[in-house]
Design a protein around this ligand. Structure first.
Ligand SMILES: *Cc1c(COP(=O)(O)O)cnc(C)c1O
Length: 646
């Protein structure tokens, strides 16, 4: 493969390309398209990306300390790095894998099972067996790393599973998506409660200077100073939004809406012309939309879960809303369907069809070939950004953040980032985050919620003008939204979180493992093997508490556990009390976890552990005790797969 270098600002982006003369025509086409047609082509692409990617960096003389895998497609980075470390430093597989895991960050993006690649073992074997044999890992051991349940011979090979098992840092891209991911992958840690599944979340953010209009950037320069670019996650900087005079902010926004309308007309004209439309229709295209009307934007990939047709569900009601002469409302929609997603294509067809009929003809425009240029015009010019995915399918959703930074207000389902961003004074929420079994009913309720919000809140607020023609209430909400959301949902905050929580922690973990010719890494592997071989003896023999079964609020209570560790030293485990309220089904909920102190050895490998907990609230409580391995180099002790519950 050849490597292209593309300079993106200060960041070099390397692109792999198999289209070279020396390759067989089949191979030349491997990097020919973003979404490969079938699963085999996909695996071929992923081999080029994962294994080829690491080799390309090596060929370029680059030797990164930390790798970050974005989505499961590059899962083979983990294996190729392991192979390279083994070869270069004469390490065994397990030791090299420890080092790779400690320095690998994995971000998952897809809450939909179908979005996570799964391969038949036979297919994986055909492509990877010689490579795995060369590394010297037994085939079954390798395959087990791609299975949620390593003992299930029938389970196919999951790219995401492999990525999770070979990285010590894993995260989803919003708080809700973190929860969804912990749920989706919890089978990998069968004895661990859902909330303790070691997948965290780092909410995405946008690079604000890349997504706001020049006009808005000028306003920010003038009133916020240069720090909005350099230090955008600083709350103080954004508080100065209030210093922008209402009239000036509104004039800036109006100008961008006019630009959007002009852009939409040109695109519509071009779309119609390319289909050989009549002159009359072409002329009309240039007069469609109104530069002053309340403009709602909606743009996305038209996957089914995004529900592109939701706002058209009650067509008569939408008609009434859009064709109000006093308070006009218009809709600009853009999107693309996956080339093989016929359902997505049908949704687009339907929208285009509606947009050609009266009275939608002047009020609804569909822009084809959604791309970043269209996004820019849209997010810079709309008043309201609409997003109505089926919760919790939207992992994060960043276009709403782009719109926010330009002063648009969000009207969105409580999904992805909007769960964290929404407040009643910052925008609107379609429903309250309910999840429905009956999808038809859900669409009914949520489309109704959209119309209700438009009729009762959004349209009245937008058209509530003073003598000076300014919608003061609306502008005040724009300012609050920008002031509150911009300092959080930006890429500086996001990269800082990755740096602090992943990259720095990884390098601090890695350093001692690498020192003295990988001495500690080898010892860690040996320690893990020893603990695993002795774990069968571990048992919680008894647990008890002091002070009877009724305790008063705010009092303290002592919990004791007698734990059999056998040949394992108490310093190699952590014994933890796990306590919380007991629900109707007798399960612990909202459980907390505290480390218990080692008090004394009671003989025959049995030890006494103790801790004090405070009883903060009234109600029924329960506790349990669990034992986990403990070692300074373990980032997530549960990853060892050893846990003993009372
Ligand atoms: C921002 C953007 C996306 C991603 O939008 P989400 O809201 O995160 O789904 C997709 N395509 C284009 C062209 C974009 O600009």
């Amino acid at each position: 493969a050849q490597v292209w270098r593309c300079q993106v600002g200060r960041v070099p982006l390397y692109l792999l390309d198999t289209n070279i003369m020396e390759n067989h025509p089949d191979e030349r086409n491997v990097t020919g398209g973003l979404y490969a047609g079938n699963i085999e082509d996909r695996l071929r692409q992923e081999i080029v990306l994962g294994i080829g990617g690491v080799r390309a960096l090596t060929a370029l003389g680059l030797d990164p300390m930390i790798y970050h895998m974005n989505e499961g497609h590059c899962f083979l980075v983990a294996l190729e790095r392991t192979r390279a470390l083994m070869k270069k430093h004469g390490l065994d597989f397990k030791t090299a894998r420890e080092l790779v895991r400690a320095s690998l960050v994995f971000t998952t993006h897809t809450p939909v099972p179908a979005g996570n690649d799964v391969f038949d073992i036979g297919l994986v074997e055909r492509y990877l067996r010689p490579y795995v044999d060369e590394i010297g890992v037994p085939w079954q051991e390798f395959v087990a790393l791609g299975r949620k349940n390593p003992r299930d011979e029938g389970e196919p090979f999951g790219a995401t599973v492999f990525a999770i098992k070979n990285s010590a840092f894993r995260n989803g891209v919003s708080k809700l998506h973190g929860e969804v991911s912990r749920d989706m992958w919890r089978d990998i840690w069968p004895h661990v409660p859902r909330e303790d599944v070691p997948i965290s979340s780092i909410t995405n953010g946008i690079h604000i200077p890349s997504w706001i209009s020049d006009e808005m950037a000028e306003l920010f320069d003038r009133y916020l100073g240069p720090k909005w670019k350099e230090d955008p996650d600083n709350q103080k900087v954004w508080e100065r939004i209030d210093e922008i005079p209402d009239a000036e902010l509104w004039a800036t926004h109006q100008r961008r809406r006019e630009r959007l309308v002009a852009f939409a007309r040109r695109r519509l004209h071009r779309q119609l012309a390319s289909r050989g439309a009549k002159t009359k229709d072409l002329q009309r295209a240039m007069e469609t939309l109104h530069p002053d009307a309340l403009t709602i934007g909606y743009a996305r990939r038209f996957a089914e879960y995004k529900r592109g047709l939701l706002i058209f569900r009650d067509i008569e009601r939408l008609k009434a809303i859009l064709s109000d002469r006093e308070r006009p409302v218009q809709l600009i929609i853009s999107g693309k369907a996956h080339p093989r997603d016929n359902e997505g294509k049908a949704i687009i067809q339907r929208i285009i069809h509606i947009s050609r009929e009266e009275p939608f003809k002047d009020r609804v425009v569909f822009l084809e070939d959604y791309n970043m240029n269209i996004t820019r015009y849209l997010v810079e010019g709309v008043d309201v950004w609409l997003n109505n995915p089926r919760r919790p399918m939207e992992a994060c959703g960043t276009s709403g953040m782009k719109a926010t930074a330009n002063g648009a207000l969000n009207l969105s389902v409580q999904d992805g980032w909007w769960v964290e961003g929404y407040r009643p004074d910052l925008g609107w929420s379609i429903g309250n985050g309910e999840v429905y079994d009956n999808l038809e009913y859900q669409d009914h309720v949520e489309s109704k919620a959209i119309y209700d919000l438009l009729e009762r809140e959004i349209i009245p607020l937008f058209y509530d003008r003073g003598l000076d023609g300014l919608p003061r209430g609306w502008i005040s909400m724009m300012k609050k939204s920008m002031r509150t959301l911009c300092p959080v949902f930006n890429s500086n905050r996001m990269v800082e979180e990755y740096t602090d929580r992943c990259y720095v922690t990884a390098s601090l973990t890695l350093k001692p493992l690498v020192a003295e010719g990988y001495k500690n890494a080898r010892q860690l592997v040996k320690w893990k093997d020893t603990i695993a071989s002795r774990w069968a003896e571990v048992a919680v023999l008894d647990m008890s508490h002091e002070g009877g079964d009724e305790v008063s609020v705010h009092s303290e209570m002592t919990i004791r556990a007698e734990v059999k560790l056998g040949a394992i030293s108490p310093s190699d485990v952590s014994v933890r009390a796990y306590y919380g309220t007991v629900d109707d089904a007798g399960n612990l909920s909202a459980a907390k976890d505290v480390l218990m102190d080692h008090m004394k050895e009671m003989g025959k490998g049995v030890h006494l552990f103790e801790t004090r907990i405070t009883c903060d609230t009234t109600g029924r409580f329960g506790y349990s005790v669990r034992v986990l391995p403990s070692h300074p180099s373990l980032i997530h002790p549960v990853d060892m797969g050893l846990i003993c519950w009372a």
